[in-house]
Design a protein around this ligand. Structure first.
Ligand code: NOJ
Length: 553
C-alpha cells in the first residue's frame, strides 16, 4: 500500500532511530495564499523533505481550532481546521508522504481543549455539579462569595490559572482551571468519559493511517488530589520544570493513561508510536514516560537546555543514553522546536533566557548571528552523530535565526498578551519559511501575505539559494542525514574518547569518530578522513565551535 507499512521486529522499530522533522503548519508552506500555511502546502513540499533525507514528519496541530494558541486549543479533534484545508487534504498529504517512505506523526492535545469545544460550551450552559461540568475542572471559589480562585496556581503563560464563569442566571459562579490560556480549559482525567473520548480520537487518526502521536503536555493530565496551593520557583521557565513536587506535573496517575494508549496502539500494524512532550527536571524522570509498556519516545528537553559547554554536553549525553537505555527506550535528541528560541540564536545568548520567554528588541545579551550559526552547525553535527532518534524543527536546516525585531503589533503568542509584553514569547521562532530568494514572501505563497512578517534579510537563507551551495547549512544537513543513515548511526553505540582537551567532546559511533570543539581555543585534529565538518577544515586544526566526523584512523 505504501513505503512504510512493513512489519518490524521488536527492538528495531523505525522510531528507535528515526530523524523526525517538525512541521509547524502555519509557517511551512501556504498554497491558499491567505498568509497561513496549510496541508496542501505540506504536500507540495514533500519532495524537498525527501531530498533532505528525513524519516518522518510530525505536524503541530491542524485540527479545528479558534487558534488562540496557534492550534494548541482544539475545538474538534477529528476534523481539519478550514485554514489548513480538509480531511481529504490530510489524507492526500499522508498518502503522498507514505509513498515517499516518510512516516507521519500528528499532535494530540489531551490536557485541555479550546473553550469553543462543544463539551466546554455545554459545561458553561450546565449547572455546577452537572455531568457536563465534570469533564473539566470546575470548582467553587474561596472567600464568602466564592470571589477568590480555588487555589494559587499560575498559568504557564502568566497570570492566574483559574477563570470565574458567569452562571446561566447571570450571577458570578464557579471557576475553571486552565494551566495555559483562559481559552484552554483543562480536562478532568479522573472522568472516564474523557478517557473514552480520547480512545476514540486516537482510533480516528490511527484508522486514517498515521504512524504516531506527539502528546502535548504529557506530564500534566492528572492533578494532585485536593489541588493544593503551589508556588513555583522563579527560575522554572514557562513550560515548568526544575521542581519535582509540582501538583500539576508528573503525577503518578498519568502513567496508567499511557499504558492504556500503548495497548490501543499495539492493536495496529506498523509500529505506531507515542512521543511525550513532558518538561521534567531530569532524564531520569522523563524516562518514566517511556517504560516498556508506556510511550515509545519522550523529548529530551534536558539535552535541548544544555548550554554550549563540553563538560555539560558529555554529562547530558551519558545520562540520556543511560537513563533511557535503562528502560529499553532510545534516547531522543532535539535542539529546536516551536516553543524555544531557535538554536542558531539561543547558543549565542549571553544572558540567561528561560524557556518560553523569547527574545525581542529590548532583550539584554542579544546573540551574535555569526557565532550563533557557527555553534548551531557544530551542535547539529554533534547531535546527528548520536545513537537514538533526533528531532529537527523546520527551518533549522536553513540555519534560520530567531526573529528578534518583530514589531509589537505583529506578536500573537498568548504569552505576550498574558504578561503584558514582559515576555516576548515564541513568535520569533514561528515566522514563515523562506523557500525562494525572489518572489512574494520568499516562496511561502504567491500572494506575499504572511501571518508574521518575514525579515528583509531572509533571501540569503532561502532554500533555493542553499540547494547547490556546497557550504550551505542545507547541504550540511543533507550530508549529515545521508551519512547517518548509510552508517547506521542511529542504531550505533557510543564509545567516549578520552585524553583530549577538556573543551572537546569526542566519541566513536560505529565507523566514525566525532570531535567537537566546544571551547575558544583551536585543537589539533586527530587522524582520519573528514566525512563531514560543520565548518571549513584548515590544515589539521579544529577551530572553536566546530564539529567533524572522521572515518578511518
Ligand atoms: C506545548 C506546546 O508545544 C505549546 O506550543 C503549547 O502552547 C502548550 N503545550 C499548550 O498546549
Amino acid at each position: 500500500m505504501d513505503g512504510v507499512s512493513s512489519p518490524e521486529a521488536p527492538g528495531s522499530e523505525w522510531w528507535r532511530t528515526a530523524v523526525i522533522y517538525q512541521i509547524y503548519p502555519r509557517s511551512f508552506a501556504d498554497r491558499s495564499g491567505d498568509g497561513i500555511g496549510d496541508l496542501p502546502g505540506v504536500t507540495s513540499r514533500l519532495d524537498d523533505l525527501s531530498a533532505l533525507g528525513v524519516d518522518a514528519i510530525w505536524l503541530s496541530p491542524f485540527q479545528r481550532s479558534p487558534q488562540k494558541d496557534a492550534g494548541y486549543d482544539v475545538s474538534d479533534y477529528c476534523d481539519v481546521d478550514p485554514i489548513f484545508g480538509t480531511l481529504a487534504d490530510f489524507d492526500e498529504m499522508l498518502a503522498q508522504a507514505h509513498a515517499r517512505g516518510i512516516r507521519v506523526i500528528v499532535d494530540l492535545v489531551p490536557n485541555h481543549s479550546s473553550d469553543q469545544h462543544v463539551w466546554f460550551r455545554d459545561a458553561l450552559a450546565a449547572a455546577p455539579g452537572s455531568p457536563e461540568r465534570a469533564r473539566y475542572i470546575f470548582r467553587d471559589g474561596k472567600g464568602p462569595q466564592g470571589e477568590e480562585p480555588p487555589n494559587n496556581w499560575e498559568s504557564v503563560f502568566g497570570g492566574p490559572a483559574w477563570t470565574r464563569v458567569t452562571e446561566a442566571d447571570g450571577t458570578p459562579g464557579q471557576w475553571y482551571l486552565h494551566l495555559f490560556d483562559t481559552s484552554q480549559p483543562d480536562f478532568d482525567w479522573t472522568n472516564d468519559e474523557v478517557r473514552q473520548e480520547f480512545r476514540r480520537i486516537l482510533r480516528f487518526w490511527l484508522d486514517r493511517g498515521v504512524d504516531g502521536f506527539r502528546v502535548d503536555v504529557a506530564h500534566g493530565l492528572v492533578k494532585k488530589e485536593g489541588l493544593p496551593d503551589y508556588t513555583p520557583p522563579t527560575d522554572a521557565g514557562s513550560m515548568g520544570g526544575g521542581e519535582t513536587a509540582v501538583p500539576y506535573w508528573g503525577q503518578d496517575g498519568v502513567h496508567e493513561i499511557y499504558r492504556d494508549w500503548h495497548e490501543l496502539l499495539a492493536e495496529y500494524d506498523g509500529a505506531r508510536a507515542l512521543c511525550a512532550e513532558a518538561w521534567l527536571p531530569s532524564v531520569a524522570q522523563t524516562a518514566l514516560w517511556v517504560r516498556p509498556d508506556e510511550m515509545h519516545q519522550a523529548f529530551n528537553f534536558e539535552y535541548l537546555e544544555t548550554p554550549w559547554d563540553a563538560q555539560k554536553l558529555r554529562l547530558v549525553i551519558a545520562d540520556s543514553l543511560a537513563g533511557f537505555g535503562a528502560v529499553g527506550a532510545p534516547s531522543t535528541w532535539v535542539l529546536s522546536n516551536h516553543d524555544v528560541v531557535r538554536h542558531a540564536s539561543r547558543l549565542a545568548l549571553t544572558v540567561e533566557n528561560p524557556q518560553g520567554y523569547g527574545i525581542g528588541p529590548r532583550t539584554p545579551g542579544k546573540p551574535d548571528p555569526v557565532v550563533g550559526l557557527r555553534r548551531a552547525r557544530a551542535a547539529t553535527t554533534l547531535m546527528l552523530a548520536l545513537p537514538g532518534s533526533a528531532y529537527l524543527y523546520q527551518g533549522e536546516e536553513l540555519g534560520l535565526p530567531e526573529v528578534i525585531d518583530l514589531p509589537d503589533s505583529a506578536r500573537q503568542d498568548p504569552t505576550w498578551f498574558r504578561t503584558h509584553g514582559e515576555r516576548y514569547g515564541r513568535d520569533g521562532c514561528r515566522v514563515p519559511l523562506p523557500w525562494t530568494a525572489d518572489g512574494p514572501s520568499y516562496g511561502f505563497n504567491d500572494t506575499g501575505e504572511s501571518w508574521l512578517p518575514q525579515p528583509t534579510q531572509w533571501a540569503a537563507f532561502a532554500r533555493d539559494v542553499q540547494r547547490d551551495d556546497p557550504d550551505s547549512t542545507l547541504t550540511l544537513y543533507k550530508t549529515l542525514l545521508a551519512e547517518r543513515r548509510a552508517r547506521g548511526l542511529g542504531a550505533g553505540q557510543l564509545e567516549w574518547i578520552d585524553g583530549l582537551p577538556e573543551h572537546v567532546v569526542a566519541f566513536r559511533n560505529g565507523s566514525i569518530t566525532v570531535v567537537a570543539n566546544v571551547g575558544t581555543e583551536p585543537v589539533p585534529l586527530p587522524g582520519g578522513t573528514v566525512v563531514v565538518s560543520s565548518g571549513p577544515v584548515a590544515s589539521g586544526i579544529l577551530s572553536p565551535d566546530q564539529t567533524v566526523w572522521l572515518a578511518g584512523d
